[in-house]
Design a protein around this ligand. Structure first.
Ligand SMILES: *Cc1c(COP(=O)(O)O)cnc(C)c1O
Length: 385
């Protein structure tokens, strides 16, 4: 039996009628750009999140780029960000001409280490860009404190963590600006590309609303340099159909995570590590990431049994070509270790129980057989006399 790592065709039937009806209405009216579908979605998602302003944009990467631009971050400025993330967080910093400065991540939560931030601050540092990786918020308590002490801005990359919380802190609503993505593989995915910037700051919200329409408040009067990055009305209507179901889908992801925790625990003695969820954290499980010894071999053994896994991410950011000449390729040991040993298990809401059983059994088989060959190798004499 073969099954997918992620499969949206299992989810679409649930929203199909609603989507088709609203799409037909919008298309009949040719209401394509801005308008009610956009403002309704922005109002509803802001309320759902618990943030004052939600401003949709073209995609998550543009959300990050525009957030940096709104804060006037560019050439000569430095932004502190984790060495282990999807490339977009660092890519956005480079794209506006600023310099990313990297800190390592925590081996158990995979999120940026706050206690490495302060020693990286220079006179050029303008902002911290934490990434709430895989569905769990970074340590925003200490990060916000450091930012306040050094008068730095905070831009949260919550592309993988919409709806995540840490006590009273809401992902995407505790920094100056939050940037998220509606790419189809995220917990709330559009029918294509999409992104959003969120903030509780009225002035920043106003500037963000203008930057996505060429800095234009009144028609053909451009107050400052912006660009075009609007989210289509059809995409907003699609997202509106999904939003009321998001909590339930996250609950299904959480149940899948809980089953992995319960049934993979015995494999920790064979070297598997499970992700750590902070006591005050609400994790939204965009990804379930484990580490195993001989990761590539384990992945192969699982694939032979039809069990799909992914690697997010096989390289650290400093190892990527655009960072050449900007920083050393190595020097973030936990990030480097995660790039070599971590793997993602299927966790999407509609994953079937019997499929999850195959993942668990496959891992057990892989780790036990690798442990056996290791013992055999150890028993063989290494050098003959
Ligand atoms: C997906 C993602 C992005 C970028 O979003 P796009 O909409 O694909 O541009 C940024 N950061 C992280 C951590 C992501 O996972």
């Amino acid at each position: 039996m073969k099954f997918p790592f992620f499969d949206l065709t299992r989810q679409f039937p649930e929203i199909k009628n609603e989507v088709m009806t609203t799409f037909e209405k919008l298309l009949d009216r040719q209401a394509l750009v801005m308008g009610d579908a956009v403002t309704d979605f922005e109002k509803n998602i802001a309320q759902w999140m618990g943030v004052k302003h939600a401003i949709t944009v073209g995609n998550g990467t543009e959300a990050l780029i525009l957030a940096l631009k709104v804060l006037d971050i560019g050439p000569g400025d430095e932004v502190i960000t984790p060495a282990f993330s999807f490339f977009a967080s660092t890519g956005a910093i480079l794209y506006v001409g600023a310099k990313p400065v990297f800190v390592d991540v925590d081996a158990a939560t995979y999120n940026m280490l706050p206690d490495q931030i302060e020693k990286m601050i220079t006179a050029r540092t303008k902002a911290i860009m934490p990434v709430h990786l895989y569905g769990q918020m970074a340590e925003m308590g200490p990060i916000l404190e450091i930012a306040k002490k050094h008068k730095l801005r905070v831009i949260e990359d919550y592309a993988q963590s919409i709806g995540a919380r840490d006590g009273d802190l809401v992902s995407g609503a505790c920094g100056d600006l939050g940037a998220t993505s509606f790419y189809p593989t995220k917990n709330l995915g559009a029918a294509g590309e999409g992104g959003m910037i969120t903030t509780n700051d009225d002035a920043l919200a106003d500037k963000t609303r203008l930057i996505r329409v060429h800095g234009m408040r009144k028609r053909y009067i451009h107050e400052f340099l912006g660009t075009n990055s609007r989210l289509d009305a059809l995409q907003c209507a699609y997202l509106s159909a999904k939003l009321p179901r998001l909590n339930r889908w996250v609950e299904m992801r959480t149940q899948n995570a809980n089953r992995y925790f319960a049934e993979l625990a015995p494999l920790t003695k064979l070297g598997l590590t499970l992700p750590k969820v902070g006591a005050t954290k609400k994790h939204v499980w965009n990804q379930f990431i484990i580490t195993v010894p001989e990761r590539d071999r384990v992945k192969e053994i699982l694939a032979e049994r039809g069990v799909p896994t992914e690697i997010y991410y096989p390289f650290t950011i400093p190892e990527q070509a655009p960072l050449r000449g900007i920083c050393e390729p190595a020097g973030w040991p936990t990030s480097e270790k995660l790039a070599r040993t971590s793997m993602a298990l299927p966790i999407f809401p509609e994953l079937k129980s019997e499929e999850q059983t195959l993942v668990i059994e496959g891992l057990k088989h892989a780790l036990e057989s690798l442990a056996r060959t290791e013992t055999k190798a150890q028993l063989q004499p290494t050098a003959p006399f």
